[in-house]
Design a protein around this ligand. Structure first.
Ligand SMILES: Nc1ncnc2c1ncn2[C@@H]1O[C@H](COP(=O)(O)OP(=O)(O)OP(=O)(O)O)[C@@H](O)[C@H]1O
Length: 269
C-alpha cells in the first residue's frame, strides 16, 4: 500500500491539475431565522468527484442545493455569498434558472422516474430544451444517454415500458440517464445510493467513476466507504461550517481537523 507521505505529496498535484468548475465563496443559507450554512468557501474541480460528508443536519444537502438554486423552491430559504459556474454568477437575477438546472443537473436520494415510458423519461428534457431537431436525433440522444448511464443493454428492447417498472438500481440509472440527456456540465447527487441494495450501489458507484470523464460530479454521502471509493476530493461539513477539504486519500488517512478525524473514526455522526 502507498505510504501516507506519498499520498500527501501526490494529492495537491492531482488537485492542481484540474481547473475549477464551480467556485463558492462565503455561502450562507438561512431557513427563516435559523442559519444552516455559516459561510462556506469551496472550489469544485472539473471532471472530478467531490464528496460532501459530515454528520446529519450539518448542511450538506443545503450546500448542494445552492449549486443549482434548488433552494429557490423553498420559500423560507435565503442564500448569501457567491456561487460561480465557469466564472458566471449562478444567482444573477438575469440567469435563466431552467437553463442553469440543465447545466447543473441533479439526481435525488430516491429514484423518481416520471410515470412515463423508459424512452420518454430520457427524452423529456431534450424535448423541452429543444435539443433534438428530428425524431432520429432524439432517438440518438436517448440511446447515448442510456448507454452512458450503463442501462442500455438491460432496457434496449423495452423502451416503451414504464420506467417505474424497473428495479430500484435500474430506476436510479434511468434518472442518471435523464440528467445526462440534457448535456449537463455538473451533476449533483444527493445520497444517490441510499435506497439501493449493495449490488445496485456497486453498479452506480462504478458508473459515477466513469461519468467523471465527461462531467463534474458533487455527491452527498453518508457512507465513508462510498466517499473513499468514488471521490477524489472530500469536503467535511460540521454544524453549517466547512470543517476541512482535501484530497480524499488524505482526508481518510491523515485529516488535519479533529472533527474530520472524529467523524471518520465513527466518534460522532
Ligand atoms: N426546508 C427546510 N426548512 C427548514 N430547515 C431546514 C430545511 N432543510 C434543512 N433544514 C435545516 O438545515 C440544517 C441543515 O440541513 P441539511 O438537510 O442541509 O443537512 P444534511 O447535512 O444534508 O443532513 P442529512 O445528512 O441528515 O441529510 C438542518 O438543521 C435542517 O433541519
Amino acid at each position: 500500500m502507498e505510504n501516507i507521505q506519498a499520498t500527501l505529496n501526490r494529492g495537491p498535484a492531482v488537485q492542481a491539475a484540474k481547473p475549477i468548475k464551480m467556485k463558492t465563496k462565503d455561502v450562507t443559507v438561512h431557513y427563516g431565522a435559523k442559519q444552516a450554512l455559516n459561510g462556506v468557501t469551496l472550489n469544485i474541480p472539473e471532471n472530478q468527484v467531490t464528496a460532501l460528508i459530515g454528520p446529519s443536519g450539518c448542511g450538506k444537502s443545503t450546500y448542494l442545493r445552492c449549486l443549482n438554486r434548488m433552494n429557490d423552491t423553498i420559500d423560507i430559504a435565503k442564500v448569501g455569498g457567491e456561487i460561480l459556474l465557469d466564472g458566471e454568477d449562478v444567482y444573477d437575477p438575469d440567469i435563466d434558472v431552467v437553463e442553469l438546472r440543465a447545466r447543473v443537473g441533479m439526481v435525488f436520494q430516491k429514484p423518481n422516474p416520471f410515470p412515463k415510458s423508459i424512452f420518454d423519461n430520457v427524452a423529456y428534457g431534450p424535448k423541452i430544451h429543444g435539443l433534438a431537431r428530428s425524431k432520429q436525433e432524439l432517438d440518438e440522444i436517448v440511446h447515448t444517454s442510456l448507454r452512458r448511464a450503463g442501462l442500455y443493454k438491460e432496457v434496449h428492447d423495452r423502451l416503451d415500458e414504464p420506467g417505474t417498472g424497473l428495479s430500484g438500481g435500474q430506476q436510479q440509472r434511468l434518472c442518471i440517464a435523464r440528467a445526462i440527456a440534457v448535456s449537463p456540465e455538473v451533476i449533483l447527487m444527493d445520497e444517490p445510493c441510499s435506497a439501493l441494495d449493495p449490488i445496485a450501489t456497486a453498479t452506480v458507484e462504478e458508473l459515477i467513476d466513469e461519468l467523471r470523464e465527461n462531467y463534474t460530479i458533487v455527491i452527498v454521502t453518508h457512507s465513508m466507504q462510498q466517499a473513499a471509493r468514488v471521490s477524489q476530493l472530500t469536503a467535511m461539513f460540521h454544524l453549517g461550517d466547512l470543517a476541512e477539504v482535501g484530497p480524499t486519500e488524505k482526508m481518510f488517512s491523515n485529516p488535519d481537523d479533529k472533527r474530520t478525524q472524529d467523524y471518520i473514526t465513527g466518534r460522532f455522526g
